[in-house]
Design a protein around this ligand. Structure first.
Ligand code: BEZ
Ligand code: FE
Length: 277
């Protein structure tokens, strides 16, 4: 292993993996080393630039704690979270697309009866969300659980905002035998992803904004079906075509309409779940 040159450096490292007994790890590390070296050969960083990159990763690690995961934000803003999600959720036609989970889902949202409101801070609910959960043949899926969460009008989730009651704008709803669900809420609001750390600095340095368009998050589960993590977005939102984390898919963009039976507006959306393998 003497006299490594520019020409031999990559194969020198790859050769070191010969003894790796875990075949998948060997495949992953071989590919990683090859791509990383190709990247370095392409950009030819100065030593100061390479140190800046290492400092960026160090700062990213230092920003993480049990509430903040800066590496996930990095993955989100580089489109890697969405790419991994797309690779792992290839859909049959007609089935609902997935979208990013984000860091604001929490365990233990209250189970609420169909038709209930998820607003807990006294604001009047003026948005009805309703629809059906169905299988690939369009048959209703009974007892599917929709776990829903969203931002308040100030653009914050309850867990970010000490002024909101716990579990504000969160709830779980179970479909009836007809696969239907409905609940009351308010319009979610666009919000910036946490951008006071190294990922935010990178967005600024590269001329990008940190905003996500307004959305309603859903995790939909039903026995025998693949878990669906998705979100609904809104036509006309200023960020619907420039989401900082690449979560928007056309089929997930809705346009609320005025309610025919009451004040406020409504969104109807039917979710198609894939059978579990
Ligand atoms: C969210 O939608 O909650 C989210 C997704 C990715 C990064 C930050 C927030
Ligand atoms: Fe969100």
């Amino acid at each position: 292993m003497r006299d490594v040159t520019e020409a031999t450096a990559t194969e020198a490292v790859v050769g070191k993996l010969a003894g790796c007994e875990n075949a998948r790890l060997k495949q992953v590390m071989t590919s990683f080393v090859r791509h990383l070296h190709a990247f370095v050969r392409e950009i030819e960083p100065t030593q100061a630039e390479w140190f800046t990159a290492i400092k960026f990763l160090t700062d990213t690690g230092h920003m993480c704690d049990d509430k903040r995961q800066e590496f996930i934000l990095l993955s989100d803003t580089l489109g890697v979270s969405t790419l991994v999600e797309l690779i792992n959720n290839r859909k049959s036609p007609g089935m609902t697309e997935t979208s990013v989970l984000g860091p604001f889902w929490v365990e233990g949202a209250p189970h609420l009866p169909l038709g209930a409101s998820i607003v807990k801070d006294g604001t009047a609910a003026d948005l009805l969300v309703h629809g059906r959960v169905h299988d690939a043949e369009g048959r209703p899926i009974a007892a599917a659980v929709l776990d829903v969460w969203q931002t308040a009008p100030n653009g914050m989730y309850d867990v970010q905002d000490p002024n909101q009651p716990a579990m504000n704008l969160r709830g779980k709803f179970t479909t009836g035998s007809d696969g239907r669900f409905d609940f009351q809420t308010i319009m979610p609001t666009p919000y910036p992803i946490p951008h006071d750390g190294p990922v935010g600095a990178l967005l600024t340095a590269t001329g990008r904004h940190p905003w996500r368009p307004a959305h309603l998050h859903f995790i939909i589960s039903a026995p025998g079906y693949r878990l669906l993590t998705t979100a609904l977005y809104f036509e006309g939102d200023p960020y619907v075509d420039s989401d900082a984390v690449f979560g928007v898919k056309s089929d997930l963009v809705v346009r609320p309409s005025p309610r025919s039976d009451a004040a406020g507006s409504e969104v109807r959306y039917d979710f198609g779940l894939e059978r579990a393998e």
